[in-house]
Design a protein around this ligand. Structure first.
Ligand SMILES: Nc1nc2c(ncn2[C@@H]2O[C@H](COP(=O)(O)OP(=O)(O)OP(=O)(O)O)[C@@H](O)[C@H]2O)c(=O)[nH]1
Ligand SMILES: [Mg+2]
Ligand SMILES: [Zn+2]
Ligand SMILES: [Zn+2]
Length: 582
């Protein structure tokens, strides 16, 4: 079909420079990502309680679903565009497996989110019910296509497809949508309704009919929301080289006309050829399809900007809910939302906000100098996941409440973490049994007007402790697993200087060395930690000096975060308790 040649500059990119060459995953792109996430969760919980008090169930559900999305890190990288441009084919090509139904007539009729799993699975979520339904992959067309489920008459809210595709391991959800502008009006509506949920957009157009008016309007709406946009021009194989240049030039000028010189990266691809090449294992042919360049840009984006963009989009959604006139109480939460936004990289001019913006940029340089301890970070993630689910169960499930009571609840640290996430009414419905259990136990210490002789042992039974704490147990398992996997993967780095080792706190450094004391890995980790601590100490000193001299504008990014980094390397992150520490 198409002429075989390397993509030229104009085709392959715009802004691709800043996106290409993802190297190593920065542990945390945003210094405070984890904490900010907790803050956002706390804010949503409070808003949800306010909606509950105002008996506004719809609003409360909206908040709960935002919380769910946050807890599950559901970042929706969404493909949209007019029907038959090849959205589903492009996804198949990227996954290297022909799983999503495609065809010449309008095909996709349901929002379909694809994510990673080691085995294939398909699950339907319905619009009007909480039930889900698992179907075999072979029956997918019966559920998500215009032929099997015309205009989505089965009322599927979202189809979730899990595939073992390498690209999906980055943790994003790749979302396929029904095409815009076909005779099937319901399909256009489905995609329009999904618009507010998009975190980043891949607009798929094609060389046959590049950038229709409808696509431009869709782009404009996404830009208003300030979401990241990638533009893919598909079916380059239908076009001779000369024509391709013309089409791409047209697209660039059209974009500039509509949106100014802002960079929307443009990629010329042939999804059909890439899919065929991948299925046949023809690695050479894939290069000329334009797909590898596009994938590289996407992966770079997911590595570097996703966390920030995810929270920013979530903040926007929270804001629109907070403005609901039915619950005036919510207005009070606006200022807290603004504070969180400022941390994410606000737009106004105070030095602190300007700094936050610079921090994001600095992180793009992929500097792994002193990110937080990678083990602590995994533990913090696990804590968050555990707590989000637990707080829901505790407030709804009697068995859970009784079991929780029998252990006097969590340890001190996790009780505090729970309190940060749960709403007051959640605590009020989940904790009475625990208090009553402790109360009864205390009563039993008294016997005939005085305390029993064995009061001490009995008392210890009800003291909250980390031995009994289920959160501690769950998180300790993740800690153990993370360290084990790290040691297995890096044991033989002998002589390989190119491996950049992650940062670890002292406790976890010791835990790693314990497993492999005489290895080069242990030696290198120790020396690296020493260097890091020295450098951070210097940064702190410079920071203190400048602060004293009122020269905050001279403080560098590294200096600004040095106090927190330094303490974290000494004792780990604040909301986790490593096993070896008392
Ligand atoms: N020549 C050529 N055809 C392609 C390419 N990619 C997709 N197609 C064809 O275009 C048609 C539409 O592809 P789909 O992937 O179903 O398009 P879609 O955008 O998902 O369509 P809807 O789900 O209806 O919105 C199919 O017949 C594909 O085989 C390509 O790169 N080159
Ligand atoms: Mg499709
Ligand atoms: Zn640690
Ligand atoms: Zn605990």
């Amino acid at each position: 079909m198409g002429t075989e040649r390397k993509p030229t500059d104009t085709e392959s990119h715009v802004g691709a420079d800043s996106l290409a060459e993802p190297q190593e995953e920065p542990q945390v792109r945003l210094q405070h990502y984890e904490e900010t996430k907790f803050e956002v969760a706390g804010l949503i919980r409070e808003a949800s309680s306010a909606a509950w008090r105002a008996k506004n169930e719809t609003l409360q559900k909206d908040f709960e679903s935002l919380l769910q999305r946050l807890a599950e890190d559901r970042f929706y990288l969404t493909l949209a565009g007019q029907f038959s441009r090849g959205k589903s084919t492009l996804l198949n090509a990227m996954f290297g497996m022909d799983r999503l139904p495609t065809g010449v007539v309008p095909v996709t009729s349901v929002i379909t989110a694809v994510s990673y799993n080691t085995w294939e699975r398909v699950r339907m979520h319905f619009a009007d019910s909480n039930l889900t339904y698992d179907v075999p992959l072979s029956e997918l067309p019966d559920w998500i296509t215009e032929r099997g489920n015309p205009g989505n008459e089965r009322h599927i809210d979202m189809a979730e497809v899990q595939l073992p595709a390498e690209l999906l391991r980055r943790g994003a959800f790749f979302v396929d949508t029904p095409g815009l502008g076909s005779a099937v009006i319901e399909n256009t509506k489905t995609t329009q309704r999904f618009l507010p949920h998009i975190d980043a957009l891949v607009l798929v157009t094609s060389f046959e009919l590049p950038l229709s008016q409808e696509e431009v309007v869709f782009l404009a709406r996404i830009r208003e929301l300030r979401r990241r946009i990638f533009l893919v021009v598909n079916k380059q194989d239908l076009c001779a080289a000369q024509q391709r240049e013309e089409v791409l030039a047209f697209i660039h000028s059209r974009l500039a006309e509509e949106f100014g010189p802002e960079d929307i990266p443009v990629f010329s691809v042939s999804a059909a050829q890439a899919l065929a090449a991948r299925l046949e294992g023809d690695l050479e042919r894939i290069e000329s399809t334009g797909i590898p360049l596009f994938e590289k840009a996407l992966v770079g984006y997911l590595l570097r900007e996703r966390s920030r963009d995810f929270l920013a989009a979530l903040c926007d959604r929270i804001e629109s809910l907070l403005s609901s006139p039915e619950v005036p109480e919510l207005k009070e939460l606006h200022s807290r939302l603004e504070a969180i936004r400022a941390k994410l990289g606000g737009r106004s001019g105070s030095w602190k906000e300007a700094y936050a913006g610079r921090a994001v940029q600095a992180a793009v340089e992929l500097d792994v100098k002193a990110s937080p301890c990678f083990v602590c970070k995994r533990m913090a993630d696990a804590t968050f996941k555990f707590m989000s689910q637990f707080q829901y169960n505790l407030s709804h499930n009697r068995e859970e409440q009784l079991f929780h009571a029998s252990r006097s609840g969590f340890c001190t640290l996790h009780t505090r973490e729970y309190a940060r996430l749960a709403s007051p009414q959640g605590i009020a419905s989940g904790y009475p049994k625990t208090l009553l259990f402790v109360a009864e136990h205390l009563q039993s210490l008294s016997y005939q007007g005085r305390l029993r002789d064995d009061w001490k042992e009995k008392f210890d039974e009800i003291l909250p402790s980390s031995q009994k704490c289920r959160a501690c147990q769950a998180v300790a398992a993740i800690e153990f697993e993370t360290i084990g996997a790290f040691v297995r993967e890096n044991q033989d780095i002998q002589g390989n200087d190119r491996v950049v080792l992650p940062c670890v706190c002292l406790t976890h450094l010791k835990a790693i060395i314990d497993q492999t004391p005489s290895s080069e890995l242990a030696n290198r980790l120790v020396l690296r930690s020493a260097t890091l601590l020295k450098r951070i100490a210097e940064d702190m000193e410079r920071f203190a000096l400048r602060h004293g001299g009122r020269h905050m504008e001279l403080v560098t990014d590294d200096e600004f975060v040095s106090p927190e980094k330094g303490l974290n390397l000494l004792v780990g992150q604040p909301n986790v308790r490593p096993a070896g520490r008392t």
